[in-house]
Write a protein that binds this ligand. Structure first.
Ligand code: MIC
Ligand code: SF4
Length: 653
């Protein structure tokens, strides 16, 4: 039987298990990446594991989320990361050099390789044919130490792209169409493989926009094969020798096939406050827009910003609208400057941000109260922009630029009719990439050029908390009951006042679930253990392991939810919290404050492979709760988390 692209890469990297959907597999990791806000824990855990050197082909540490360094704590974090990269042998990308996904794509991502990253949008270089997966920091630390990465073998779904995009429809609209059809849960347990003549017609920046947004579907990863376009892109940046041919066999078998006819697509937009709240732009046209942002790790390449620049060239953006370009990398900023587009954008009234995540997580450019912000980003979860009742729409750079010109949401086709001289910019590749970036970039410090050879820890950098072995009796109050689709932004928000504590769990845990209930962390501290209760897709969004680590630190022992997001569930195991699945009726019946007792011996049940546990609520009624865990995950849980277990294993070896 023929193989899919994913199966070919997995076959080359498989160290344990079989490629059967649902089975746990262990794979060898070639490259790892981490960023500043998850990276501090990655290296603290690497240190706690007693590891000496990076064992993967390549590790790269980026500083991208908190580059404004509002507080010395951010700067100390960055210095600690530089010292860790130097001490252990990773590349270090300096603050301001750009967002990890864009910079990694430009410098290191290579077809046929595996990449594991402590950020949920790690799958971005899937557009180049790399099999890239997001995970929690502890998984990254273990992989960097040479350990395999374990994941449930996903179903491989083929997305057949037919036809070609019409004028004004873009790669962003392909991704938004996928979200409209499948929702934010539609990709859980899946890898999407994009093939067909439509896929071949897309350039690398367009493909990486689609693979980046696969994360919003909840997918394990998304990938394209390689072809002339891949070769051309790699040769533009002086890495043509890294090209490998990669395509699915003609008789490859997929779990499912989704067909998207590109010629039928039109400009789309995701309304507040979920990326799957997608409608045609025309449906929401006419709303006043106060802010437009073009950039981020989704649409922050030079080729993403260029269409917006061409649209505003020789025009002025509306007086009451602010337009900000937030390039994904310094490379993109540099090319815009070299090719004259920075001046054009400025002349039109556009402002620039440095190449940082910034506004995407509520750091800078917070929208005014009760106003509409149009962004080319990938997430618009409520409150993420830095203001609680925000109104953030997600769209393509073309739709964003059209709104900036008109001052209101408008389908660019209608704006073109109205203005008479506005042409669809189309996509043009840049011609001034600097070749061999990874080697020559002054903002990337290679392991050979390392500045430090020991860790430098400022006063805010804390220790990694450890949990005891799993108890036999688990009983406590349902400390908080939450709804469906609770994001990690709800559990541990990412705004600047909180982000500075990512390396200080004691402080950070005070903010746990504060966006849902301000009194939560105090209540958890006052209680001797307890549970969280949630609906479907609990923990969707980011890879931040702090969303499991902080509840663990506060003494939470388990989460009862209707379903879990993939990375968050793995993080719960990694920090020794029991993730139990309950049905809709049980969810509806449990109230906040109810006493929940797991009737069975939990430690024994976890060890022996027990799948169904009985929960007794208020000594009054009972229900079933399920533990869906591999043998390895059970060992992790029983040991009180992956750090304890891995340390034990290293000691035994
Ligand atoms: C995000 O987009 O939510 C983040 C901020 O990049 C996170 C990582 C983090 O919380 O540090 C992610 O996507 O994993
Ligand atoms: Fe940064 Fe936003 Fe991308 Fe996360 S989604 S990596 S915060 S730009």
């Amino acid at each position: 039987m023929g193989k899919t692209i994913t199966e070919k890469i997995l076959d080359d990297h498989l160290v344990e298990g079989e490629l059967e959907p649902g089975e746990e597999i262990g794979i060898e990791i070639d490259q790892v990446l981490s960023q500043d806000t998850t990276g501090t824990m990655v290296w603290l855990q690497f240190e706690a594991l007693g590891l000496d050197d990076v064992q993967t082909e390549l590790a790269a540490q980026y500083c991208d989320h908190q580059t404004y360094q509002f507080d010395f704590k951010n700067t100390d974090d960055h210095r600690f990361l530089r010292s860790a990269a130097g001490t252990y042998g990773a590349y270090f990308s300096r603050p301001g050099n750009g967002i990890c996904h864009q910079v990694h794509k430009e410098n290191f991502a290579a077809p046929g390789k595996t990449l594991l990253g402590s950020d949920s949008h790690t799958p971005t270089p899937g557009g180049l044919g790399e099999l890239a997966i997001g995970a929690g920091g502890l998984d990254i630390a273990v992989a960097m130490g040479g350990g395999a990465y374990y994941v449930e073998m996903p179903e491989i779904v083929n997305v057949q792209l037919e036809g070609e995009l019409p004028e004004w429809a873009t790669a962003k609209d392909i991704a938004l169409e996928m979200l409209r059809r499948l929702t934010v849960k539609g990709g859980v347990g899946k890898i999407f493989e994009y093939t067909g003549e439509g896929a071949e017609s897309l350039t690398i920046p367009e493909r990486t926009t689609i693979t980046n947004l696969g994360t919003e579907l909840g997918a394990t990863s998304s990938i394209f094969g390689t072809d002339e376009k891949t070769k051309d892109w790699l040769s533009r940046i002086g890495r043509e020798d890294e090209y490998v041919e990669l395509s699915a066999d003609d008789d490859a078998e997929y779990a499912d096939t989704i067909t998207v006819d590109l010629s039928e697509l039109e400009p789309l937009i995701a309304k507040p406050s979920m990326p799957d709240n997608v409608v045609p732009v025309r449906e929401v046209a006419g709303q006043d827009v106060e802010q437009v942002m073009v950039g981020s790790c989704t649409n922050g390449a030079y080729e993403d910003i260029l269409p917006a620049a061409k649209m505003v060239e020789d025009r002025e953006i509306a007086r009451h609208t602010e337009m900000i370009v937030a390039p994904g990398s310094k490379q993109a900023s540099e090319m815009l400057a070299r090719e004259g587009w920075t001046a054009e954008l400025m002349a039109a009234g556009v402002n620039f941000s440095e190449a940082t995540c910034g506004a995407c997580i509520g750091i800078g450019h917070v929208p005014a109260s009760d106003s509409v912000s149009l962004r080319t980003f990938n997430r618009n979860f409520e409150g993420r922009s830095g203001i609680e009742d925000d109104s953030v729409f997600l769209c393509s750079p073309e739709v964003a630029a059209a709104a900036a010109i008109k001052g209101e949401i408008v389908d660019p086709r209608d704006l073109a009719d109205e203005l008479g001289d506005l042409e669809a910019p189309g996509l043009e590749m840049g011609s001034t990439y600097s070749a061999g970036m990874g080697q020559d970039d002054p903002d990337i410090i290679s392991p050979e050029e390392a500045i430090d050879d020991e860790l430098i820890k400022g006063p805010n950098i804390g220790d990694v908390p450890l949990k005891d072995e799993l108890d036999s009796d688990i009983e406590g109050p349902a400390l908080l009951k939450m709804e469906d689709n609770i994001t990690t932004d709800h559990i541990i928000p990412a705004t600047s006042d909180i982000l500075k504590y990512r390396s200080n769990i004691e402080k950070l845990s005070d903010f746990t679930l504060s966006r849902v209930d301000e009194t939560f962390s105090q209540r958890a501290k006052d209680s001797d253990g307890g549970f969280l209760v949630a609906g479907e897709n609990y923990g969707q969004g980011s890879s931040r392991e702090h969303a499991a680590l902080c509840p663990m630190y506060l003494g939470i022992e388990g989460v009862l939810a209707q379903s879990f997001a993939r990375i968050h569930k793995a993080n719960l195991f990694n920090f020794g919290l029991v993730p139990l699945t309950i049905d809709e009726d049980t969810y509806a019946k449990i109230d906040q404050g109810d006493n929940v007792e797991i009737v069975d011996d939990v430690a024994e049940g976890v060890r022996s492979g027990k799948e169904t546990f009985t929960v007794r609520v208020n000594d009054d009624w009972e229900a079933e709760a399920h533990l869906d865990a591999s043998e390895r995950e059970r060992r992790i849980l029983a040991a009180g988390g992956k750090l304890s277990l891995t340390k034990q294993q290293y000691e035994e070896d």
